[in-house]
Design a protein around this ligand. Structure first.
Ligand code: PHE
Ligand code: FE
Length: 294
């Protein structure tokens, strides 16, 4: 890869973020869009074994907690036995919703990320965590990205939401709305809850790939659970090093799509005049949805 000025900046930020530590991914082979070959042959038997353990632990937790479409799509993806070959799933995904999976070395710059989403390509990290990181990992790895994010892309409405989000990201870059938009991503794509006839369910990838939060977010009396309101959510700070203090709840994916479809330009303007809200805020008049008893 030819390192452009923009990419050099990106690597510098990444290094700073990881405390001057070295970058996790191998960025030496990627193209201008940060895409690499998955090189599936290079995964070791130990890594496939670790994948199986991660998968099995997590799959057991899904019934009664993950939303139905996630469980169904995941089953059809048939990825329990080994680290999946992206190409295989990508083909099935393309047939279902026109989305594709692209392999990336790890985190990519915002602009690149938004461009992929806007073109219905989902970037999936190629490397797998170390065994010591079984329960918790800071950066997204292939298990989080593939297991957590890919299943919902088989749902047509959610798939459209993700594309719309990518387009919105490109716009937010122009309008200075990145922080606001990132909060929406966090509280929906990563940590979203959804209602079902049987009670609250999880659709957020950050929860679905986590061993502990998947139970906590549904049953603990501690966090707030508030009906999603795009503008309110975009004001709300979030925690990156603990379970969430607030979860935002949607009725269905159509509601998510519809709420975020309007032009955000005036919203970003309004939000700039308002203070941000702490992660544990409950505003007057807001209803705190009761945890599910199980
Ligand atoms: N409608 C938003 C805009 O005009 C874009 C967006 C869509 C943002 C979906 C988030 C999710 O900027
Ligand atoms: Fe993620």
């Amino acid at each position: 890869m030819n390192t452009t000025v923009e990419q050099a900046d990106f690597f510098k930020t990444l290094e700073e973020k990881s405390d001057g530590g070295k970058l996790r991914g191998d960025y030496s082979q990627c193209d201008a869009r940060y895409v690499v070959k998955q090189n599936w042959e290079t995964y070791t038997p130990e890594q496939h074994e670790l994948w199986r353990r991660l998968y099995q632990r997590q799959a057991k937790l899904l019934p009664g907690r993950a939303c139905d479409v996630f469980i169904e799509s995941l089953r059809k993806m048939d990825a329990s036995a080994e680290i999946p070959r992206f190409e295989r799933t990508s083909e099935a995904l393309y047939k279902a919703t026109g989305w594709e999976i692209v392999a990336v070395p790890g985190l990519v710059p915002e602009l690149t990320f938004f461009e992929h989403l806007a073109n219905r390509r989902f970037p999936v990290t190629v490397w797998l965590r170390d065994p010591e990181e079984f329960d918790y990992i800071v950066e997204p790895d292939v298990f989080h990205d593939f297991f957590g994010h890919v299943p919902l892309l088989f749902n047509p409405v959610f798939a459209d939401y993700m594309q719309q989000y990518g387009q919105g990201g490109l716009k937010a870059l122009e309008l200075g709305g990145l922080d606001q938009l990132a909060r929406l991503y966090w509280y929906t794509v990563e940590f979203g809850l959804i209602r079902s006839e049987q009670g609250l369910r999880v659709y957020g990838a950050g929860i679905l790939s986590s061993g502990g939060e998947i139970e906590y977010c549904l049953t603990s009396p501690q966090p707030r659970r508030i009906a999603l309101q795009a503008e309110r959510t975009m004001r709300t700070l979030y925690k990156i090093d603990s379970y969430q203090e607030t979860y935002f709840v949607i009725d269905d994916f159509q509601q998510l799509f519809d709420q975020t479809a309007p032009d955000f330009t005036p919203i970003y303007e309004r939000l700039k005049q308002q203070p941000v809200l702490a992660a544990n805020t409950l505003l007057p008049g807001e209803i705190n949805i009761a945890p599910n008893s199980r």
